[in-house]
Design a protein around this ligand. Structure first.
Ligand code: SF4
Length: 666
C-alpha cells in the first residue's frame, strides 16, 4: 500500500500557529510521492473538531499519523489528538516530532502507549524513511518502542544539509486543510512566519529555541541558514496566500538587510507584503530604509517587537548571556522607528516576570522602572505598547534544566502544566505557561501579584489617574497602594480578590490614604479620584441599536446620573501631565469641565459651554424651545449643535421624556 501521511499540528487554547518546519516536511514528502495532508485542530471549535478529524481520517485513510508537538503549551493537544486518532484506528502508525516531543521523547513513549515513536530534531529524512517503511532501528533521530515494549533510541543523528534545506519550500499552504481559515487567523495576529534558518546563535537562558536548547532537543550544534534565492522563491510562492509576513530570526542583521534589498529589487515582491518584525538588535536607519523599500507599510501600521525582558542592563546581559543593548539606547531607537513611520507603527515591548536572576528586591524595583517607562512612552507620544507578562517556562531552556530535578520527566511536566491550566498551582493567576516562580515567600508573591493586577486595571480603566499619579508622585504612591491591598489578601480572601478585585473601593481607599499622607500629590486629587470612580461606575453598556434622530417636537432631558463636573479636563491628559511635572510650586489653573459618561466613552465640554447650552436641558425641554433659546443667545451654530445633541441622544446622555417621566438629578 502506498504511504499516506496525516500531519496534525497539536493545538492549545492559546496556540494556533503551525511550526514552520511542517510546511517543508509536507513539501518533501509530496515530492517523494507520499500523499500528505496537514490538519490544524485549532481552526475548529471543540464541538466540531472530532467530526472534522474523523472525516479527514476516513477520507485520507492515512498509513501514518504525525503529531507536531513543538511548543510546550501544546502537550495536552498531543494527547487529545492521539486519543481521537486511536478512536479511529488502533493500528495506524503514530509518531510525534517538534521541540517538546523531541525533548521528552523517551519518557513520552514510556508513558503514552498510543504513541509509536518520536522523531527528534530535524524531521525530513527520518520521517520520509519511516513512512517508506525502513526498519526502525536504521532510522536516524528515531526513538521507538520495540516488540517487547522497551523504548529504544537510535544513536545516529541526521541534520538537514544545505542542499535539501534550500530545495524545500516552507510556504506552500496547499497541503493544509482549510488553509484560508488559517491565513485569516494568523493575519489577525502577526502574519505568516518566514523561515530563514534553523537553530539560533544566541543563548538566552529562558529560551527553548536557544543554542543550548537546540543541542538538547535536536542534537543541533550550529544553526543552518537558507540561501537567499530559496527565501525569495518562498516569498513568490507565498504571494498567492497572503500579504502579511512575520519574521523573527535576527541571527545576522546583515543577512536581513540583504534580504530586504533583494525583496525591494524584485518588482514582483516589492511592496506586496507587510512585515511584522521581531527584533533582537536595535534597528538602524539603513535597516529602516530598506524595510520601507521592500515592504508595504503605509496605512498598515506594521508591528515591531523588542524584548528587553528586564529593565536593568546588567540583568539583561546575564539573562541573554551576552550584551544586547541598554534600555536608554532602546528608548532612543523607539523614537527613530516611530519617526520613520510617521507614528503609524505599533511597537510592542516585552518585559517578563519571573526571571530567576532577580531577587525580591529587584522585582519591586522592576515594577517601578516599568511604570516609569510606560509613563515616558505616553509623555513622548510614542506608539508603544508595553507588556509585563509571566515568563512562559520553555522546556529545554537553561532555566528549565537548572530548576527541575528530573527535567525530562514528561509526567511531572504535565502535572505542573495541568496545575497552571486549572489555576491551582499558585494563589494568583498567571497569563502564560509559567512553571517557574522565584523561591520567594508566598505572601510576598501574592502581594506582588495583587499590586501588579491592580496597577494593570488602573492603567486600563483609569488611565488618567495612573499617569497623573506617575507625573506628580513618580512611584511614591505604590507603597500606599500596597498597604491598601493588604487586608484583601489574607489567606482564603486572596482567591476572591484575584477573581474580581474591588477596583472602586481600592481607588477610593487609595485616594483617602494619599490625601492624609505627607507626600506631594496632585492638588486636585479628591476630584481626580471622584472622576475615576465615576468612570468605573457611570458608563452604560454600549448601545447595540441606533435610535431614530431627534425631532423638534421631542421633549428631552439630560441624564444627569451620567454626568459629573470636574476641576480639570482629565481627558486632555498630555498638557496636564506637562504642567504637573514642570510646575513644582506653581498652582495649576482650574478648568471646570463637564463629563458625560456614555456607552462609547466620555465626552468632555468646558463648563462655560455647558452653561450656555446643555444646562437648559437639565429640565425637560422640547427641541424647538431649546433651539429658540440658543438662537436668541446667538453664540451657537445650531446646525452643528444639533448634530452634537443627536450624538448625545445616541449615546444615552440625553433621553426623550414624557411629562410623567421626569428624571431626577443623580
Ligand atoms: S530568544 Fe534568544 S535564544 Fe531564543 S531564539 Fe530568540 S535570540 Fe535565539
Amino acid at each position: 500500500m502506498s504511504p499516506r501521511l496525516l500531519l496534525i499540528n497539536c493545538a492549545s487554547p492559546y496556540f494556533f500557529y503551525i511550526p514552520m518546519g511542517c510546511f517543508g516536511l509536507c513539501d518533501l514528502l509530496s515530492r517523494q510521492g507520499v500523499e500528505t495532508r496537514l490538519f490544524n485542530p485549532a481552526l475548529y471549535s471543540q464541538d466540531t473538531l472530532h467530526k472534522q478529524l474523523t472525516r479527514v481520517l476516513t477520507t485520507l485513510q492515512p498509513t501514518h499519523v504525525g503529531l507536531a508537538c513543538h511548543w510546550q503549551e501544546t502537550a495536552h493537544g498531543l494527547l487529545e489528538a492521539l486519543q481521537l486518532v486511536r478512536n479511529w484506528s488502533n493500528t495506524v502508525l503514530t509518531f510525534a516530532g517538534g521541540f517538546t516531543a523531541s525533548y521528552f521523547a523517551d519518557d513520552l513513549l514510556r508513558s503514552v502507549p498510543a504513541l509509536d515513536c518520536v522523531v527528534t530534531g530535524d524531521p525530513e529524512e527520518p520521517v520520509l524513511q519511516l513512512v517508506q517503511g525502513h526498519a526502525r532501528q536504521s532510522i536516524a533521530n528515531l526513538v521507538w518502542r520495540d516488540t517487547e515494549g522497551t523504548v529504544r533510541r537510535n544513536d545516529s543523528t541526521w541534520l538537514i544539509d544545505q542542499k535539501l534545506f534550500d530545495q524545500l519550500t516552507f510556504t506552500d499552504c496547499s497541503h493544509l486543510l482549510d488553509a484560508d481559515i488559517y491565513i485569516d487567523k494568523i493575519n489577525s495576529k502577526l502574519g505568516f512566519p518566514l523561515l530563514l534558518g534553523r537553530g539560533c546563535i544566541f543563548d538566552c537562558a529562558y529560551c527553548g529555541g536557544s543554542r543550548h536548547a537546540f543541542r538538547l532537543h535536536s542534537g543541533r550544534p550550529l544553526p543552518i541558514v537558507r540561501a537567499l534565492p530559496s527565501t525569495l522563491a518562498d516569498l513568490h510562492q507565498l504571494k498567492q496566500w497572503t500579504t502579511v509576513l512575520y519574521l523573527c530570526y535576527e541571527n545576522d542583521p546583515v543577512m536581513i538587510k540583504t534580504l530586504f534589498q533583494a525583496i525591494g529589487d524584485d518588482p514582483d515582491l516589492r511592496g506586496h507584503f507587510t512585515l511584522n518584525y521581531g527584533a533582537w538588535h536595535l534597528l538602524d536607519e539603513e535597516f529602516l530604509k530598506l524595510y520601507q523599500y521592500a515592504f508595504h507599510w503605509e496605512n498598515t501600521r506594521p508591528i515591531f517587537e523588542f524584548s528587553p525582558e528586564v529593565t536593568v542592563n546588567t540583568h539583561r546581559e546575564r539573562i541573554k548571556r551576552g550584551y544586547t543593548y541598554e534600555l536608554a539606547a532602546m528608548e532612543d531607537n523607539l523614537h527613530t522607528v516611530a519617526e520613520f513611520f510617521n507614528g503609524k507603527v505599533r511597537i510592542e515591548i516585552f518585559f517578563s516576570r519571573y526571571h530567576p536572576t532577580l531577587s525580591t528586591r529587584d522585582l519591586e524595583e522592576e515594577i517601578k522602572a516599568i511604570l516609569l517607562f510606560k509613563h515616558r512612552m505616553i509623555r513622548e507620544g510614542l506608539p508603544v505598547h508595553v507588556r509585563y507578562d509571566h515568563l512562559s517556562s520553555d522546556i529545554a531552556s537553561r532555566y528549565w534544566e537548572e530548576h527541575q530535578k528530573n527535567p525530562r520527566d514528561f509526567s511531572q511536566f504535565l502535572l505542573l502544566k495541568e496545575q497552571v491550566d486549572r489555576g491551582i498551582r499558585y494563589r494568583f493567576p498567571v497569563d502564560n505557561l509559567c512553571l517557574l516562580v522565584p523561591q520567594a515567600e508566598e505572601d510576598f508573591l501574592v502581594q506582588h501579584e495583587a499590586l501588579l493586577l491592580v496597577l494593570e486595571l488602573i492603567e486600563k480603566y483609569c488611565h488618567e489617574l495612573f499617569h497623573i499619579l506617575l507625573a506628580s508622585m513618580e512611584t511614591q504612591w505604590l507603597q500606599i497602594l500596597s498597604t491598601v491591598l493588604k487586608p484583601y489578601l489574607a489567606d482564603e480572601q486572596a482567591t476572591t480578590f484575584f477573581a474580581a478585585p474591588p477596583l472602586v473601593s481600592i481607588i477610593q481607599e487609595l485616594g483617602k490614604e494619599l490625601g492624609s499622607s505627607s507626600l506631594r500629590r496632585p492638588p486636585f486629587l479628591p476630584d481626580l479620584i471622584r472622576f475615576s470612580v465615576n468612570k468605573l461606575t457611570l458608563a452604560p453598556e454600549p448601545e447595540t441599536s441606533t435610535r431614530p434622530a431627534l425631532c423638534d417636537a421631542d421633549k428631552v432631558q439630560l441624564d444627569r446620573s451620567r454626568m459629573s463636573i470636574h476641576e480639570q479636563d482629565y481627558l486632555d491628559l498630555l498638557p496636564l501631565l506637562q504642567q504637573l511635572s514642570s510646575s513644582e510650586q506653581q498652582p495649576i489653573p482650574y478648568q471646570r469641565t463637564v463629563c458625560l459618561f456614555t456607552g462609547s466613552g466620555i465626552i468632555t465640554i468646558p463648563h462655560s459651554f455647558y452653561r450656555a447650552t446643555l444646562r437648559l436641558l437639565e429640565q425637560p425641554t422640547s427641541i424647538a424651545t431649546y433651539q429658540a433659546a440658543l438662537e436668541r443667545d446667538g453664540r451657537i451654530d445650531w446646525q452643528q449643535h444639533k448634530q452634537f445633541l443627536n450624538q448625545l441622544y445616541q449615546e444615552e446622555a440625553l433621553v426623550t421624556i414624557n411629562e410623567a417621566d421626569i428624571l431626577l438629578p443623580g
